[in-house]
Unconditional design. Structure first.
Ligand code: AMP
Ligand code: MG
Length: 411
């Protein structure tokens, strides 16, 4: 049995990150991976502007202002957002300014309307002739300086960055309506098993619905893959071969199968891999999910996940999430991991164990992990109740309450 880390290392070493690029509209770029760095062409902000609704002033003019002795200024213009201000600010004068409006010539500071005697702060309020400033402010107060966020020529996003909503917004800010990204990994998913019935079909006695292919497809989509569903193959070497041929011919970058990798008399996936492809490993020192195969079929990397629904899920999290990040050309991905104190004593059998857990903040303010639902590898309900997997290292039979463990949040 391979240690988990070694199995993951071999899997990742067997996958070459994609390099083919495509241009996609920004609206379709969420979750995609940038194929080229993005450099700002302009400063941001592109012009100094106000961060508040108020009055643009010269700081030196209001240096003596206080609530008891306000400084009166005459209002010489209005600066709404979206245009360059007409009026300039000179000694003893001010221009009313709105948030986001360019700072008028001559002004270096903005006094928020709250620090003035202006009472009418409603939309459409007319321009006052005079305003009393009630506080002195340092020069530059409430002004967003040109280039304070980033400067022209600055590399703001590296190649290999997966685009989250904040990167999408940043690209829009930069005026990029199209984005150069790597193509998505093409992943084919096959369920195997004589007992399986497609979710659309009624069940006969002794049969079960195929849930794994749906779990796996959903997980793969959440990692940015494009999924081809190969349906269900019976426990039959020829039938499995036919579906795998279809996946290879369809240009899959990676094939995932469920079930048939153990030592049962009907476990044909591993056999097909041995006779028609290459089998690298098929047993990993983990729980759940010991029978997990990796190899190649017609040159296409194939991961044979165990059939038990919780094992399939855990197998994906442990191996395929990092594998898909790697394959998609993303750089620098690391799994978000928390440290939590066990709220109860937890037993295992010495394999590296992934337990379904719920996280909560304990009375002492520490993060705590409680086991969630039934831990049996066939039981999916516990996973639906869990918000994390907690990891017990290999070699551990029992960990007392209070022990610190790694917790992988399930998003
Ligand atoms: P196997 O790997 O074929 O020994 O299957 C292990 C367990 O997983 C058995 O209880 C199967 O019925 C179950 N199983 C296999 N494939 C699926 C699937 N696609 N969806 C749900 N359960 C499955
Ligand atoms: Mg089976």
């Amino acid at each position: 049995m391979l240690p988990v880390q070694e199995a993951r290392r071999r899997l990742l070493a067997g996958l070459t990150p994609l390099t083919e690029r495509e241009r996609v509209p920004l609206a379709a770029a969420l979750g995609r991976v940038l194929a080229a760095p993005v450099t700002a062409e302009v400063d941001s902000p592109a012009f100094a502007n106000s961060s508040m609704d108020g009055f643009a002033v010269r700081a030196e003019d209001i240096a003596a202002a206080s609530p008891d002795a306000p400084t009166a200024l005459s209002v010489v213009g209005d600066a709404p957002a979206g245009q360059m201000p007409q009026a300039a600010v000179g000694p003893g004068t001010t221009v009313r300014i709105m948030t986001g409006a360019p700072l008028p010539q001559g002004a270096d500071t903005v006094v928020p309307v709250e620090l003035t005697d202006v009472r009418d702060r409603s939309a459409g309020a007319s321009l006052p002739q005079r305003v009393a400033i009630q506080r002195a402010l340092a020069a530059g107060a409430y002004v967003r300086g040109r280039g304070e966020d980033f400067a022209a020529g600055q590399a703001v996003l590296p190649a290999g960055r997966r685009l989250r909503p904040q990167e999408i917004g940043l690209l829009a800010m930069l005026g990029r309506a199209q984005v150069e990204v790597f193509r998505q990994p093409r992943l084919a998913v096959l369920a195997t098993g004589d007992e399986l019935v497609a979710v659309e079909q009624p069940l006969a006695a002794g049969m079960i619905h195929d849930s794994n292919s749906h779990t796996l497809a959903a997980l793969a989509i959440s990692c940015g893959a494009e999924v081809t569903r190969l349906g269900i193959a019976p426990d039959d070497a020829d039938a499995i071969r036919a579906r795998l041929d279809e996946a290879a011919a369809g240009g899959a970058d990676l094939i995932l199968t469920s079930a048939g990798v153990s030592v049962g008399s009907y476990d044909y996936v591993r056999k097909v891999l041995e006779t028609d492809g290459e089998l690298d490993f098929w047993r990993v020192n983990m729980r759940p999910g010991k029978p997990l195969a990796f190899g190649r079929y017609r040159g296409v990397p194939l991961v044979g996940l165990p059939g038990n629904p919780a094992s399939t899920f855990v197998g994906f999290e442990v191996f395929l999430r990092p594998a898909l990040h790697h394959l998609s050309g993303e750089r620098g991905w690391t799994r978000p991991t928390l440290r939590a104190a066990l709220a109860e004593t937890v037993e295992s059998d010495g394999r590296e164990s992934y337990l379904r857990a719920q996280l909560r903040v304990g009375e002492d303010g520490r993060l705590e992990a409680l086991l969630a639902g039934h831990q049996g590898s066939g039981n999916l309900y516990g996973l639906a109740q869990a918000d994390a997997l907690i990891v017990l290292p290999a070699g551990v039979q029992s960990l007392p309450a209070g022990s610190m463990v790694d917790a992988w949040p399930l998003l």
